[in-house]
Design a protein around this ligand. Sequence first.
Ligand SMILES: C[S@@+](CC[C@H](N)C(=O)[O-])C[C@H]1O[C@@H](n2cnc3c(N)ncnc32)[C@H](O)[C@@H]1O
Length: 260
Amino acid sequence: MSSLTYPKSSQYTDLSTVYAECSGPGGLQLSEFMAEKMGLYAGARLLDIGIERGYQTCFLAKAYGVQVVALDPDDDRDDGLPHIEHLMRNARAWGVESQVLGLKLGVPDTRFAADTFDFVHSTTTLEMVRGLFGANFYQKCLAEIYRILRPGGIFGLGEPMHRDVPIPADLAPIYTKGGGVGPEGWAACFATADETAAVCREVGFEVLEARNAPDAWHWWDEFTRYDPYCQADPEGEPKIIQQDGGRWLTYGYVIAQKPG
Ligand SMILES: C[S@@+](CC[C@H](N)C(=O)[O-])C[C@H]1O[C@@H](n2cnc3c(N)ncnc32)[C@H](O)[C@@H]1O
């Protein structure tokens, strides 16, 4: 059960579509949560990093009136089209085509001038980058985000994280097993909110807030029930997530500001 209300995203009730067009826990509720925490406003320049099919990006453009540049270097797992093509399909469907621009690029090589954006937002993306390429590369991505935000600009980072507790014994062999997210599995991908805030500070940010989201478990649970890849493999990730039950796994966020 959700512990918060989501007035802007609650009208999008078809969760099968939401989870098919996003990728990760939280769907549009996560986007609304992050947008409210960041204080998005109409006309602001937002960079969205790691967008899958861009459904959340389009929601942010529609619900908050922001001008969004969206970055994603990869192609869709199902049809092989660049993610940014799905973004533009969604932008047409949401009626926000004139507010959205997709670029087939990723962090840390964005090529933007310094001080370009009012807001930078990234959800369920950088933890995978950490798992695949390591902590130094993760820090390089945050340094690039810092560089391209304007002074006073806000960075909203949402990630699968873990609580500040040891991995439960029954889950340790599973979470340290390598796979698509890197040689050491989820244990090497996920950090705590405090650890993530510390990396933000290291690259120059002032951290305004760093916590586990109140609805973290609700989002994970929903993900196991509606994500199409979870539905196709109920003995895989959904089983692990349900076995965890929110003991170690959470979803955290950091809201940080580039000093003005
Ligand atoms: C799990 S999806 C998250 C999508 C969405 N933000 C969400 O919260 O559901 C992660 C996305 O990050 C993209 N990605 C991977 N490496 C990236 C990088 N270096 N820079 C930007 N995006 C990246 C992937 O192609 C994928 O679309």
